[in-house]
Design a protein around this ligand. Structure first.
Ligand code: FE2
Ligand code: FE2
Length: 133
């Protein structure tokens, strides 16, 4: 896997704690791409780290939304749960069929997670926050 996702300021949502998490998550995703040639155990542990950090980030993000009285909270929580489900499903398949079998799927999921979720769902929340400020 020769993929790499670069940080771009286009991904900034303007909430420091959330942006710091997103930057860290990109680092963890790139760690997965970097370990992909090091065998299933390495990639599995890298995905495990990403999953753990992702869960912490989602919880923190949802708390900020709750405190802000965000009306889109329910849909956002649902989307987070869906992404965790997809990550965990992929880890199971990774254990069964190996990294070669899920290569393209993994890259697609990580991109969907990162770019689409931040650019869509997270930015919509950021717009709500900034409008209120
Ligand atoms: Fe986020
Ligand atoms: Fe989010």
């Amino acid at each position: 896997m020769s993929e790499h996702i670069s940080w771009s300021d286009e991904l900034l949502v303007g909430v420091d704690a959330i942006d710091a998490d997103h930057k860290a998550l990109i680092g963890l995703m790139n760690a997965i791409f970097a370990t992909a040639t090091h065998g299933p155990a390495a990639i599995n542990s890298a995905i495990g780290e990403l999953t753990a950090y992702t869960k912490r980030h989602f919880t923190a993000e949802q708390e900020i939304m709750e405190q802000a009285g965000y009306d889109g909270l329910k849909a956002h929580v649902y989307e987070h749960e869906h992404l965790i489900f997809r990550l965990e499903t992929m880890i199971e398949r990774l254990m069964m069929i190996g990294v070669e079998g899920i290569d393209a799927e993994l890259v697609a999921l990580l991109r969907a997670w990162l770019v689409d979720h931040i650019m869509g769902f997270d930015k919509t929340f950021a717009a709500f926050l900034h409008q209120r400020a």
